[in-house]
Design a protein around this ligand. Structure first.
Ligand SMILES: [Zn+2]
Ligand SMILES: [Zn+2]
Length: 217
């Protein structure tokens, strides 16, 4: 499973080291909904929900992965409890393009939407690479392909360390080899990139976890 590409990428990404750290550590992070992925009632069906995050950093109000949830209230009620309304959201980040991570994007009509290669707002499409882009002083996007070629991770500087929102893991246990991954060599190498700076991981479909020696890499 581990190929030459993995070894080359791993060596390159290990050099990045601490440079991925956001410029500042002023952000505050909340989880609006803890996602899941589980078998459905029929062989073809399943239940899937995205882990949805919210970040405040100075004037920025950011939602991560407003994807599939049982209903929109699952996102909007916890947001309201934090004193925020959908109209005040300034930015939305898509970790990648699968519908389970984007389905509820239209709840936030005035936001800038970020993916791996552009920023979208209203009818404007501004091309830019996500790699290294700061949404705010404490929020940086980096490219982390593997699950799909278009995957990005949001690194957030807080007073308790760097928190990574990423689909490199579905939940704390992995799975070790993402069964849907486009490129397993890249997936395993980019996990190492993220583990170099993150003290907390917010995975695509589970609760946040503190990485340790048992974390699949
Ligand atoms: Zn996906
Ligand atoms: Zn997913």
């Amino acid at each position: 499973m581990i190929g030459e590409k993995y070894l080359e990428l791993k060596e390159k990404l290990t050099m990045v080291g601490d440079e991925d750290r956001p410029d500042s550590s002023t952000a505050e992070v909340h989880i609006l909904f803890n996602g899941y992925a589980k078998d459905g009632d029929t062989p073809a069906g399943s239940y899937v929900a995205s882990t949805v995050g919210f970040i405040r950093d100075r004037d920025a109000r950011v939602i991560i992965d407003p994807g599939m949830v049982p209903n929109p209230k699952a996102i909007l009620d916890p947001l309201a409890a934090l004193g925020e309304s959908p109209a005040n959201i300034t930015d939305v980040v898509f970790s990648h393009h699968h519908p389970d991570h984007i389905l509820n994007a239209a709840l936030f009509p005035y936001a800038r939407f970020h993916d791996y290669w552009a920023i979208y707002k209203g009818d404007t499409w501004e091309s830019r690479e996500a790699e290294g882009f700061h949404l705010s002083p404490s929020i940086r996007l980096i490219a982390t392909p593997g699950h799909t070629p278009q995957d990005i991770t949001t690194l957030v500087g807080t007073n308790e360390g760097v928190i990574a929102f990423t689909h490199l893991w579905w939940f704390a246990e992995g799975p070790e080899d993402d069964p849907l991954a486009d490129d397993l060599d890249a997936l395993h190498a980019y996990r190492i990139r993220v583990l170099q700076v993150a003290s907390l991981i917010v995975p695509g479909h589970g609760a946040p976890f503190i990485p340790d020696v048992t974390t699949p890499r």
